[in-house]
Design a protein around this ligand. Structure first.
Ligand code: DQA
Length: 144
């Protein structure tokens, strides 16, 4: 099983970015915690601040990965292009967020990308990623 993990804009700053909201764990630590949680799975993580790079990564993942765990950051709320990419490839996707996007500013409540995901996990801090990965693997393993 090979799973793509995509981190969107500003998530490279985790550790120092608004620690009252996102905590102090770094992106490298999040990637490591996912790998430790599911050692039998090959994870392919990357981060980009650029919408087009994320779109290309979704297209490529559809060729060689079984599923996708993604936190598209603020693009979650604004990117029709990312939503279209997910709709185009139909790669099983779980969307994750560190913070609870329903408990913050109104603009964060809408997820354009989430409409094309199997489901969303939001608000559990770094555990959102390991929970998201587990949910995706559960889904993939129970597919006929
Ligand atoms: C986020 C929530 C988004 O609204 C925000 O723009 C982020 C991080 C989260 O993980 O909580 O960059 O996706």
């Amino acid at each position: 099983m090979q799973i793509r993990v995509l981190h969107g804009p500003n998530l490279n700053l985790l550790g120092t970015r608004e620690p009252d909201i996102y905590g102090t764990i770094t992106l490298a630590e999040i990637d490591a915690s996912m790998a430790a949680a599911e050692p039998s799975v090959t994870l392919v993580p990357s981060q980009s601040n650029h919408e087009g790079v994320l779109i290309d990564a979704i297209h490529a993942a559809a060729q060689d990965c079984d599923g996708l765990v993604a936190n598209f950051g603020a693009l979650t709320h604004s990117s029709y292009a990312l939503a279209d990419a997910l709709a185009s490839v139909k790669l099983p996707t779980v969307e994750v967020h560190l913070s609870n996007i329903h408990a913050r500013e109104a603009f964060r409540e809408r997820s354009l990308t989430g409409a094309h995901a199997i489901g969303l996990i939001t608000g559990f801090g770094p555990a959102s990623y390991t929970l998201g990965l587990r949910a995706l693997l559960d889904y993939l393993r129970t597919q006929p």
